[in-house]
Design a protein around this ligand. Structure first.
Ligand code: ZN
Length: 275
């Protein structure tokens, strides 16, 4: 699933391609991708005529800022966007096509069909809809060591599921949680409230540096992820534990172990991340 670095890269690469384009009409081939409004025809008529003013990321959501509304898109497992000329053949699994007045089309493909789209009035996105209950942005200046300490304190939850909770900190998924916990030397099943001050500071630094480096390298292409221009990310080559089961730990040489925490496949070095 695309996490913060991948969605940020999609937003950056797509921005230069579609900002300023006016929507002529929209085709929807898989209505269940559209959540709001619940009538697909209403979705289509809301978008027609509006211009894409900007593209932004919030958590793992893409926001297309239009004249009057915002189109909020979540890629879930394998959703992807691409800009095409109208006469180019439409690939399989293309579920939504935004036709622009200049003869180009923004096509949304999603093999797994888990992606979602919501259109809500511009200005209401922080109080209603999918963005309303989201937690702190880890690459924002407001994410400090103190903020992280407050989020973890009194929580008996295991640290990994807590970091995956989007109402707590946004943007982290399985890959970047495993990487951040390894860098900080913290076992994923440690209760959040039992982290020492030093561990919280180290975890904060690990989250920020891991995400920032991953953004720098255009995200990680593990299965199918590509950016808005169809290019793969590079950060999968820098992953230290994720997907490296049985390979030696870069710090101590102990083989990386994979087990399940909160239903998610989890990678650790059993020596560097003691329970
Ligand atoms: Zn190790």
């Amino acid at each position: 699933m695309p996490e913060l670095p991948e969605v940020e890269t999609v937003v950056r690469t797509l921005g230069g391609l579609v900002v300023g384009k006016q929507i002529e009409r929209v085709s929807v081939h898989l209505p269940r991708i559209i959540r709001t409004p619940d009538d697909v025809e209403a979705f289509k008529s809301l978008l027609a005529g509006q211009t894409i003013q900007a593209i932004k990321r919030r958590a793992k959501f893409i926001q297309f800022i239009l004249d009057r509304d915002v189109l909020i898109s979540h890629l879930r497992m394998e959703g992807r966007y691409g800009l095409y000329q109208a006469d180019e053949p439409v690939e399989k699994h293309t579920h939504v096509i935004i036709h622009f007045t200049d003869g180009t089309e923004l096509r949304y493909r999603d093999v797994r069909q888990f992606g979602t789209m919501d259109v809500i009035p511009l200005g209401t996105e922080t109080t209603t809809g999918p963005l309303a209950k989201l937690g702190v942005e880890p690459l924002d200046e407001s994410f400090t060591v103190d903020v992280l300490r407050q989020l973890l304190k009194d929580r008996s939850t295991k640290i990994k599921p807590l970091l995956l909770n989007q109402e707590c900190i946004v943007g982290l998924g399985n890959i970047y949680v495993d990487e951040s916990l390894f860098k900080a030397g913290i076992h994923p099943e440690r209760p959040a409230r039992k982290l020492t001050r030093k561990q919280v500071a180290s975890l904060h630094a690990s989250i920020v540096s891991t995400l920032a480096e991953a953004v720098e390298q255009g995200g990680s292409s593990i299965k199918s992820y590509v950016n808005g221009q169809g290019e793969m990310g590079m950060f999968q080559q820098s992953l230290l534990v994720y997907g490296r089961k049985d390979e030696p730990c870069v710090r101590c040489g102990t083989p990386i172990v994979r087990f399940v925490v909160g239903g998610r496949g989890t990678h650790i070095c059993p020596k560097c991340q003691k329970k």
